[in-house]
Design a binder for this molecule. Structure first.
Ligand SMILES: [Fe+2]
Length: 553
């Protein structure tokens, strides 16, 4: 693939212009109109499809309180065959966001929808219901880590324009919490994509303003208009590295943590096309099950607010680890402490109920954080490269990294690697369900991955496909391209579960399934600092089922 797209070119292109056959061209042309930009400047979205229903979303951007918003759902994109319509009020208690669950729909169908307020129609949206019965084709775009100041959401635009994509699975870090001085701020200043508000978001008003900024992005609007979203959050929708009782990036002077978290989740439920919690559940309990006929099930996990114990910090332990015995004890007794959990009991019960006797060909898991064992390799060879590559072995962070390599310890303790006991328990839970063919889809890391998964006894549990960030940079990138590539290779060579990894590209994974195989295309955009870019497929991985387990071909 070598396709060049820019928003300007989309508009100029005869193929994509409104009325000439392209839905996304129709969306773009309509959304550029001044009154649409005024009333519906945050676009529209659909999400959480089921076989007979889907949720539609919009926001009235210039709201007069209690504005009446009309919605309609049609079989065609010219809205000549309107199937359902209704009205809603936009009110300030929901930040003038509107959510409509449209039910009574047919399975596996494409529908079109739009809203009307103050005499103005929103751009049209295209959505689809989950298929039923015997199906042999399914295709997702898998995205994560869309940090506004780090660059343009060009990858969203590619997803929007891809006619094969049926659903978008966003695995979290849909927004980031930082202010201008935080992560991404320097790049944001350089390209004039600064976060709003300028400070780290703490209050309900702050979180709403941040969501509004992200939803105003034109590439984001196109993606949402083109495909239904299946989202799950990671940490930054609230703040960096939360756990049940707190978060790494929440300090006492920033107020009460539970109030801040509640504000972040309220804004999330307002601004994302997701259902409200069912009776008896609260906002934190965002876990879902989607069934795609007999071909695939998709379970999305909640690993941040409902069951996670506090992360272990190497700073509290590393100086005490001097021998191999110390290291083994640290892995077993500190990280692996059976009291330390990742999933809540409610989440596990939901998982069991959803997947009991589930004979889908593919068992997909929407998982925020990397699952494969990822230990630090020996990086002593880079000690010579200080001057040319920006790798500074004397810097505290790099010195710690080198030490972790000497001890063969995990890179990250916020991932499943930081909770090996909980990971093993999760694998055993799957084994009890007869599931040893997990196709785990993972965000968070800002790198691409093809991994194999094994439990503590060496039993194969499936494979893991990791997606890079839409814009967030890979962790080794700051070392320079040569060192970053070498690091990727060292990490893959060192870790039996890692087949391949790449930290240097931004983009998404396109996953296509049929009964015989799963195909993961790792799609990269060549630039995020401007809106001019090329699209490249940097790798294709194919996965087949062998007996009860999965393997790469
Ligand atoms: Fe991220």
């Amino acid at each position: 693939m070598n396709l060049s797209l820019t928003r300007r070119r989309l508009l100029q292109s005869g193929l994509l212009a409104a009325g000439s056959g392209s839905f996304i061209g129709q969306v773009l042309a309509h959304s550029q109109q001044a009154d649409v930009q005024t009333i519906f400047s945050h676009g529209i979205a659909s999400g959480e499809p089921q076989a007979d229903s889907v949720l539609l979303w919009t926001r009235v951007s210039v709201a007069q309180d209690n504005d009446v918003v009309e919605w309609e759902l049609a079989a065609d994109r010219q809205f000549q065959n309107v199937l359902q319509r209704g009205t809603r009020h936009a009110d300030k208690h929901h930040d003038h966001c509107i959510k409509v669950t449209v039910s009574g729909l047919r399975a596996g169908q494409v529908y079109y929808y739009r809203f009307k307020c103050q005499g103005v129609y929103s751009e049209p949206g295209r959505t689809r219901t989950l298929p039923n019965g015997d199906i042999d084709q399914l295709s997702f775009a898998i995205a994560s880590c869309s940090n506004f100041p780090f660059g343009y959401f060009n990858a969203y635009e590619v997803i929007a324009a891809d006619p094969d994509v049926q659903f978008v699975l966003h695995l979290g870090d849909y927004i980031y919490e930082y202010g201008h001085k935080g992560y991404g701020g320097t790049t944001g200043k350089a390209i004039n994509r600064n976060h709003e508000p300028a400070h780290e978001i703490l209050s309900l008003a702050d979180y709403r303003q941040r969501h509004a900024q992200y939803k105003s992005d034109m590439a984001s609007r196109l993606m949402h208009a083109a495909h239904p979203l299946i989202p799950t959050w990671d940490d930054h929708e609230s703040t960096n590295n939360p756990y049940m009782q707190g978060a790494q990036n929440h300090q006492a002077h920033e107020g009460d943590w539970s109030e801040r978290r509640e504000a972040s989740l309220k804004a999330y439920y307002e601004w994302m096309p997701i259902r409200e919690p069912e009776q008896g559940l609260n906002r934190k309990q965002l876990w879902r099950h989607f069934q795609f006929g007999n071909l695939a099930s998709l379970l999305t996990l909640e690993t941040r607010h409902t069951g996670r114990s506090i992360q272990i910090d190497y700073k509290d332990h590393l100086s005490k680890i001097t021998t191999k015995e110390d290291r083994d004890l640290f892995l077993k007794q500190v990280l692996g402490n059976p009291e330390r959990t990742m999933l809540s009991e409610n989440m596990q019960n939901f998982y069991n109920q959803s997947l009991q006797n589930n004979s889908s060909q593919w068992h997909l898991l929407g998982n925020q954080i990397p699952m494969a064992r990822t230990h630090v390799p020996d990086i002593s060879q880079f000690l010579k490269n200080k001057s040319q590559e920006g790798y500074d072995p004397v810097a505290e962070e790099h010195a710690q990294f080198r030490r972790l390599g000497e001890l063969d310890l995990p890179i990250y303790l916020d991932t499943w690697d930081g909770y090996p006991g909980a990971r093993q328990a999760f694998y055993e839970q799957n084994q009890k369900l007869g599931i040893e063919d997990l196709l785990v889809l993972t965000g968070d890391s800002h790198s691409f991955w093809t991994n194999q998964l094994f439990d503590d006894n060496g039993k194969a549990m499936g494979v893991e496909i990791g997606t890079a960030g839409i814009t967030s940079p890979g962790d080794f990138e700051s070392y320079g391209p040569k060192t970053a590539s070498a690091m990727d290779k060292l990490v893959a060579d060192h870790n039996p579960e890692i087949v391949w990894t790449d930290c240097q590209h931004r983009g998404f994974v396109k996953l296509s399934l049929n009964k015989q195989k799963a195909r993961a295309d790792f799609i990269s955009v060549t630039d995020i600092l401007t809106e001019k870019y090329q699209v490249e497929r940097i790798k294709r991985a194919e996965i087949i089922k062998k007996g009860n387990s999965l393997t790469y071909t």
